[in-house]
Design a protein around this ligand. Structure first.
Ligand code: MD6
Ligand code: FE
Length: 199
């Protein structure tokens, strides 16, 4: 995609059913919810997390926290198959030392979108982000280091993985509204899992 950023088409195809099952167990313990943004909006995308640190947004800002504010409990442990998958994908993309301590789940129903943003709440910006797409396809916008710069469009389909770091780590990116459809394995939704090294 860009220096430091790789799209691995279909990389998760074979494992998708097992990864999805692990995700379903996770959301049974830490339900998907619509976070509030610091700007006063409610996100259309529903999120949850697993691993030692989970991403939280509320009117006070964005941050990573050890506890789920919804349940008051620590976030569920990162399932082994998800952890191993993220390490494998990062290694394949040229980041052999990646060990994530956070996995965020984003669920998009048809029409849901994610505005252009940077991922900059992680302390260690040398580590890449590994992103796994499951279910309905989406159009991913990938820009530069300025919000107003040009963006490229990529189609992310079931089983696709994006790994990015290095010079692209702070690139602006977003997701256009997801078109309606019904995926044989995942149903009427797109699920994106992002793995990070936060601490
Ligand atoms: C998504 N992904 O694909 C949203 N962020 O649904 C992200 O926001 C993202 O895919 C950082 C790194 C990879 C990503
Ligand atoms: Fe992001």
């Amino acid at each position: 995609l860009a220096p430091g950023a790789v799209l691995l088409h279909g990389f998760a195809q074979a494992e998708a059913a097992a990864l999805l099952q692990a995700m379903e167990q996770l959301i049974a313990q830490a339900p998907l919810r619509h976070m509030q943004t610091p700007g006063g909006y409610t996100m259309s995308v529903a999120t949850t997390s697993c691993g030692p640190l989970g991403w939280v947004s509320d009117p006070h800002g964005y941050r990573y926290a050890a506890h789920d504010p919804h349940t008051g409990q620590p976030w569920p442990a990162m399932p082994d198959c998800l952890l191993r998958f993220a390490i494998y994908a990062a290694t394949e993309a040229g980041y052999p030392d990646f060990v994530p301590d956070s996995c965020m789940v984003n669920q998009y129903l048809p029409g849901n979108k994610l505005g252009l943003h940077q991922d900059r709440d992680e302390r260690d910006l040398r580590a890449p982000v590994v992103s796994l797409s499951l279910g309905l396809p989406a159009t991913f916008l990938f820009g530069g280091l300025q919000r107003t710069g040009p963006t490229q469009r990529y189609r992310l389909a079931h089983g696709d993985v994006v790994v990015w770091g290095g010079p692209s780590r702070l690139a602006f990116h977003g997701v256009l509204p997801v078109a309606d459809g019904d995926h044989a394995l995942v149903g009427r939704r797109r699920v994106n899992l992002t793995f990070r090294k936060v601490g």
